[in-house]
Design a protein around this ligand. Structure first.
Ligand code: HEC
Length: 211
């Protein structure tokens, strides 16, 4: 449960951040829009990363089978993954993620009938859910944490340590608990810089042994 006072504080802070550069440095507005550092309310909730649609796009998955929600709803869904631009640039140089990395997974329904479309799927306008994976070494004992958002106007709730999110990501993700094996612009860099996790390499070795 969140108190109204906390929500009000979150909204005020964001409104302040958005309007300040415009008033003080009108020419820097475009640059300011891509920068976002993780920030939290007093109860531990995360403030929404409102401008993630201006970040770097990593991939879209459709009906990836790890999402039990999609199967239950009986509906096809896309997931789109974004990362903050500063961390993307750092990944290109190092093959792994720096502190303060924020990754957003956005879920949208898949539609097939609309306009001139005859076959295949396209993405619905409405967002069904937003999940965030954040690396904040000073803030979380496990370095990374997950948050779930209902919308971009409300703060997101921390997923408690020990939840399946953490188990699956640390057991199978290719780089630093993130699923770089599904992000086509990043996998070759992680490979070249030898940043692939032992867990992922083990999965791959077992997979190729079965073939
Ligand atoms: C069974 C495995 C599994 C579980 C459980 C799981 N995920 Fe993931 N997660 C994935 C895979 C696979 C991807 C890659 C998605 C893609 O390629 O589109 C992913 C990607 C993500 C991303 C994008 C950033 C990254 O780390 O690569 C976020 C954010 C995320 N998941 C949040 C969550 C949250 C929150 C939960 C728990 C509520 C969760 N995940 C549970 C497998 C899992």
């Amino acid at each position: 449960m969140r108190s109204n006072a906390l929500n009000a504080a979150g909204v005020c802070l964001l409104a302040g951040l958005a309007s300040l550069p415009f008033l003080v440095h009108p020419t820097k507005l475009v640059q300011a829009a891509t920068t976002w550092v993780p920030a939290y309310a007093a109860n531990g909730d995360m403030l929404p990363p409102s401008n993630y649609r201006e970040w770097v796009y990593l991939t879209s998955g459709i009906d990836m089978s790890y999402s039990p929600k999609a199967e239950m709803a009986g509906q096809s869904v896309f997931d789109n993954v974004f990362v903050n631009p500063e961390s993307y640039r750092s990944f290109l140089a190092t093959g792994t993620w720096p502190d303060k990395t924020v990754m957003v997974l956005e879920v949208r329904g898949a539609r097939s009938k609309g306009s001139i479309n005859q076959r295949g799927h396209f993405q619905d306008v409405g967002v069904m859910g937003i999940e965030v994976h954040v690396k904040d070494e000073a803030h979380f004992p496990g370095k990374w944490a997950f948050f779930e958002f209902d919308s971009l106007v409300k703060n997101g709730a921390l997923v408690p340590a020990g939840a399946p999110c953490y188990t699956c990501h640390s057991a199978h993700a290719a780089v630093d608990t993130t699923f770089v094996q599904f992000y086509p612009t990043l996998l070759p860099i992680a490979q070249a810089k030898k940043r692939l996790s032992e867990a992922y390499q083990k999965d791959e070795a077992e997979g190729s042994a079965e073939k």
